[in-house]
Design a protein around this ligand. Structure first.
Ligand code: NAP
Length: 328
């Protein structure tokens, strides 16, 4: 029988998620890749339980994670059933709706019909009565924003979600959504955005907006899907994301220019006594509005490596300048 590490809450600094009562670990585990229908249950179980042992309480999902869509939720549902159900109150489980989930006009975007039906399906796959955070996964240009926010509010009022979040909203969309949610007194706590050394667009507005609005930031793809690690140092491994048939990262992304930057960043990380992954995470976590980075992983060792970012999260002005120069 699984017994979690008894010291699991003694090592990570938990940070308040924006202006909310929720404390979150600096590192969260995302189940977008490597938890789908073809994944080994034992390996997924090892990653999830190994994370929990490290004090990682937050697991990020979406209705469509797989492939096939839904299978990552089913996988976590199995792990909850076999091992983690007794610890449900210690876990933050998040899911989302917004991308394509089922055929026909009601299977994506932001209608009330899609959002609430999708949440019911997610709960059934997870074998849970509620999720901790229910997100709208992407803005919907067609559906009135009041309807989508109303659906998020209903999710909370019906007891099927504790809090709500938004993802991939720009600053203007975020402010509009936030005004509606505030009026309804919906517990809106998180904005989930992409941010990493190779994609710094969030620095222009979103990082500051989150601070001003008191909304916590969860950063996804902080390792640029593995580019900001030593994964591709010796070529493209067949079992890596770029080496497989992911449509999100492919062999052309491992360009000479990218690898030149990766090698220079790796040298800087080594001078700090860190892996490149740890440096990349420290870079994102340096903003006070970033509450947690959501990493992906294909094995437990990667999670353990990332976890060690907490040993050295401070970056000097000189190191930040050097990073700017490398990334230019
Ligand atoms: N809201 C949204 O729209 C959205 C979009 C994308 C992602 N997300 C969330 O964010 C999560 C993370 O996204 P992501 O997977 O792109 O994140 P990421 O952390 O940037 O990349 C993860 C990949 O990096 C490699 N890796 C991780 N740690 C490593 C280490 N220590 N050493 C070497 N390689 C390492 C692994 O690649 P290999 O698999 O090749 O080993 C792993 O799969 C997702 O699971 C999801 O929950 C949300």
């Amino acid at each position: 029988m699984y017994r979690p590490d008894r010291y699991r809450y003694e090592r990570l600094p938990y940070d308040r998620l924006g202006y909310s009562g929720l404390l979150v670990p600096p590192l969260s585990l995302g189940l977008w890749h490597n938890f789908g229908g073809a994944a080994s249950f034992d390996k997924c179980r090892e990653m999830v339980l190994g994370s929990f042992d490290l004090g990682i309480t937050h697991f990020d999902l979406a209705n469509n994670y797989g492939p096939p869509p839904g299978s990552a939720e089913t996988m976590l549902g199995k792990i909850l059933k076999s091992d983690l159900k007794p610890y449900r109150n210690e876990l933050l489980i998040a899911t989302k709706a917004g991308y394509d989930m089922w055929p026909g006009p009601y299977g994506n975007f932001g209608s009330r019909k899609y959002m609430l039906s999708s949440l019911d399906d997610s709960l059934s796959r997870l074998g849970l009565d509620y999720v901790d955070i229910f997100y709208h996964h992407r803005p919907d240009p067609q559906t009135p924003i009041e309807e989508t926010m109303g659906a998020l509010d209903s999710a909370v009022r019906s007891g099927k979600a504790m809090y709500v979040g938004l993802s991939n909203y720009n600053a203007t969309q975020l402010k509009a959504a936030r005004a509606i949610l505030k009026e309804m007194k919906t517990p809106f706590v998180a904005n989930q955005i992409r941010y990493n050394m190779f994609d710094r667009s969030a620095e222009n507005e979103l990082v500051q907006t989150a601070e001003v609005l008191g909304i916590g930031l969860f950063v996804y793809s902080p390792l640029a899907q593995g580019l900001l690690t030593d994964r591709y140092a010796q070529g493209i491994p067949a079992d890596s994301r770029a080496g497989g048939n992911s449509v999100f990262l492919n062999k052309e992304d491992i360009s000479r220019d990218v690898m030149q930057k990766v090698r220079a960043l790796s040298r800087l990380a080594a001078q700090r006594g860190q892996s490149l992954a740890q440096l990349a995470l420290a870079y994102v976590l340096r903003h006070s509005s970033v509450s947690s980075v959501i990493i992906g992983a294909s094995n437990l060792q990667q999670i353990q490596d990332c976890y060690r970012v907490v040993e050295n999260m401070l970056l000097s002005a000189r190191e930040l300048e050097e990073i700017d120069l490398i990334l230019q």
